[in-house]
Design a protein around this ligand. Sequence first.
Ligand SMILES: [Zn+2]
Length: 422
Amino acid sequence: MAKLTFLGSTRNIGRAGFFIEHNDESMLVDYGVQFGNPPTFPDMIPIDGLQGVALTHSHLDHSGGLPLVIKKDKGISLFCTPASRDLTILLLRDMIKISRGRLPYDSKDVTKVRRQCQATPYEHTVPLGRHFEMTLFNAGHVPGSAMVSARVDGKRVLFTGDFNATESQLTPGARVNLPKHDVVVTESTYAQRINPSREEIEQSLMDATIETLERGGTVLIPAFAVGRSQEIMCILEKYNLPRKYPIYVDGMARKVNEILVRHPEYLQSPQAFSRAVSRAHEIRDNRDRNRAINDGGVIISPAGMLKGGASHVYFKRLHDDPRNSIILVSFQIPGTPGAELLATKTVEVGRKRFDVKADVQQFHLSSHSDSKGMLKMLTNIPGDPEFYLVHGEPESCDALKESLEKVGRKATVPERNETFEI
Ligand SMILES: [Zn+2]
């Protein structure tokens, strides 16, 4: 019998890690970081017998601990899509830069991750040791994101990672016709939310943008560098933002654009993406930033919840003109400047408090399925699998458990480091 251990992201979001053992062999799926001071990682696994590490996607809550495992032994391979590999390396290097020596690994270890990576396209089955094999399926969350399907001891286990069954302007939706599985380990991030249709959100976002520009204002869109910034660029392209309004892209999003242009197979429309990239002006330094602020237009800049990065530079210059707009395009975690701004229109940025006169709006472009999409996708997986629910606040995990049980499915919310026989 195989054993499955939940190393993290149990009843919360952060430091994902799942470990399957069978006889003397094992495989690991994801090994992420939990941000905090200091950042924390899943407990270390026994490396003897580890046949490989599969990665669902590049986000650091799934990938941020990989160097710790890979550096243990020179023979360990990492399996993920080529897009996830390049995005993960970019994010790991950025985290090292930001952490200034407070991480238990360095850039040499990240180089090793890259070297040990065996890029694996969707739908290809890879044998791992004598007992395991593994296949990646499109998860629709960010470009290159995958669900990991592992086969061991006659059983098939699916790790959904983060998934979105709905297509966006950037990414095709997750593969829906999945093969039979016996066990499904699923995220539950938005198990309590219903999202409006993507078209509705896109249209409202465009209306707010055009309105701001027409009254002579500038639009600041603080956005995550991986995925969301590119999706905004694609939306502006799709709805034909008039050419007289420039679009600026700041921060790591530029490097992400370069990576995605190299991996067009993970994009909804490579042509539309290329058009969007060639239209946007890249911001490289403070001189460019000043020019963008003076000229006006749409400025897309990290960080997504106004937590830092160049978005602070723009915020400080744009916040006190009521013609300008600050448009938030993702869920704002309580306690972040973005959430505070939405709730009160005053916000502390860089240890200073600002009263904001600019218009503030939120259009939630989720890269996760909502409760309806999630349930539909999960209950469509053939084989009447047993579900394990992770990657969500405790209430979300419990809500999904209730929904699955209501339709006669077996669902468990595991605790950290709990092991199950599968
Ligand atoms: Zn993610």
